[in-house]
Design a protein around this ligand. Structure first.
Ligand SMILES: Cc1cc2nc3c(=O)[nH]c(=O)nc-3n(C[C@H](O)[C@H](O)[C@H](O)COP(=O)(O)OP(=O)(O)OC[C@H]3O[C@@H](n4cnc5c(N)ncnc54)[C@H](O)[C@@H]3O)c2cc1C
Length: 379
């Protein structure tokens, strides 16, 4: 189903429409095969970068397209409806640009952003470690100053685009304690940076996820973003935007599952059953609620309000919607839903991880509760 996009500017609507047309023509037909073969569509991400997707939500004065976040997110939703791994790739990459845009010096912005926003470079966001997923304070990877450089030693885990990234936005420990993390842009070709083998995942198999080992990696001081100790703040600020991205991707995935269920129910005659009608109606309501929550977060972001708790609500609502809608879509298909002839079993496998990455949904609840208790009002 073509989703009605309620965007104030004609330019924004046209952008989303262009992305939708590209996604349906160039992504949707290839998704199933590439997911089965675990083939990362690097060239598709480059094309999307050239189309301006990576630059979309960033200001024009630094090379962005200056569009509203709500436009960018709806474009992302269209990508996810066609191919979730590609939408995730865009969302992760755009999140890696965030600290450079918001905390980079003029020299760093001039040097790094043309490649990052223009599609030439692909980024990875390296925060998690084997012992540090939800608990960012447990990060151990060290960055030790040595003349004009830092030397990085340690291990990152679950790095999306591991082995393919041109740069790794890396959060490393420069001192102990909560203010002990710093943020670095590390080149993918740096000596001593060694990506491990890709994880064998239940879904999103075309999106490579690897450990990355840092063995005495030398990083120029000029590639530290922000001051020493700013790392945690930069990581969490980028993640707030990233969570809206995951919410939009999850909404797109849920929409694709709903569309598949509706057309199967019509073709098979099941749509005559009231029980199936009610199931489809509930799925549609959950997709609409997911879309409304991420758009609310985006509009607060666009208007300059604090949207951290809204991003957590959107991530929680949209990823839970993706899980339940893909489960119900599979139910509508019956036995046919359990085999790979139809895409719903893939959607179902892809939905689960959305409740886990970029902060599990338990962590989103903690973020929401913290906001409630600190402010004594709704998010
Ligand atoms: C496919 C995939 C791609 C990923 N890509 C990236 C990436 O690009 N970059 C990156 O840095 N990371 C990435 N990750 C890692 C991801 O962000 C972490 O998996 C996530 O933060 C959760 O950490 P964990 O898996 O270590 O779970 P843990 O932190 O070990 O948690 C285990 C369970 O305990 C719960 N729990 C933990 N602490 C609390 C608490 N305080 N209160 C209540 N419950 C709690 C969690 O909700 C979870 O259910 C990716 C992960 C996957 C699976």
């Amino acid at each position: 189903m073509q989703v009605e996009r309620i965007v104030a500017s004609a330019e924004g609507r046209e952008l989303i429409e262009r992305v939708r047309a590209y996604a349906q023509e160039h992504l949707a037909p290839h998704a199933a095969h590439a997911e089965e073969q675990e083939t990362f569509p690097r060239e598709r991400l480059a094309e999307l970068g050239e189309m301006g997707l990576f630059a979309l939500p960033y200001p024009e004065e630094i090379g962005g397209l200056g569009q509203l976040y709500e436009v960018y997110l709806q474009a992302l939703e269209e990508l996810a409806s066609a191919w979730m791994s590609v939408a995730l790739g865009v969302s992760v990459h755009v999140m890696t640009c965030h600290p450079v845009v918001h905390a980079g010096s003029n020299e760093q912005r001039n040097r790094l952003l043309p490649g990052m926003l223009g599609g030439r470079l692909l980024g990875a966001y390296s925060l998690s470690e084997p012992q540090a997923g939800s608990d960012v304070d447990a990060i151990r990877l060290r960055a030790v100053p040595d003349g004009g450089h830092y030397v990085l030693d340690g291990e990152k885990a679950w790095v999306s685009h591991g082995g393919f990234a041109d740069y790794y936005l890396t959060f490393a420990r420069t001192s102990e304690g909560r203010d002990g993390l710093s943020c670095f842009v590390v080149e993918g070709t740096a000596d001593g940076l060694v990506p491990g083998p890709p994880e064998r995942k239940m879904g999103l198999r075309a999106s490579p996820t690897t450990p990355v080992y840092f063995e005495g990696v030398c990083v120029d001081r000029a590639d530290r973003i922000g001051a020493e100790g700013d790392g945690q703040r930069l990581a969490l600020s980028a993640l707030a935007n990233g969570r809206l991205g995951i919410a939009a991707c999850s909404t797109g995935l849920a929409q694709a599952a709903l569309d598949a269920a509706v057309s199967f129910a019509k073709d098979s005659g099941q749509a005559e059953e009231q029980g199936i009608k009610f199931l489809l109606a509930e799925m549609a309501a959950r997709v609409a609620a997911a879309r409304a929550t991420y758009l609310h977060g985006a509009r607060k972001c666009d208007a300059g309000f604090d949207f951290v708790a809204d991003a957590a609500i959107a991530k929680l609502v949209a990823t839970d919607a993706a899980m339940s809608v893909t489960t119900d879509a599979l139910q509508v298909f019956g036995d046919a839903g359990t085999v790979s002839d139809f895409p719903v079993e893939r959607y179902f496998r892809e939905a689960k991880v959305t409740q886990i990455f970029e902060g599990t949904n338990q962590i989103q609840r903690l973020v929401i509760a913290r906001s409630l208790l600190n402010r004594g009002s709704g998010a």
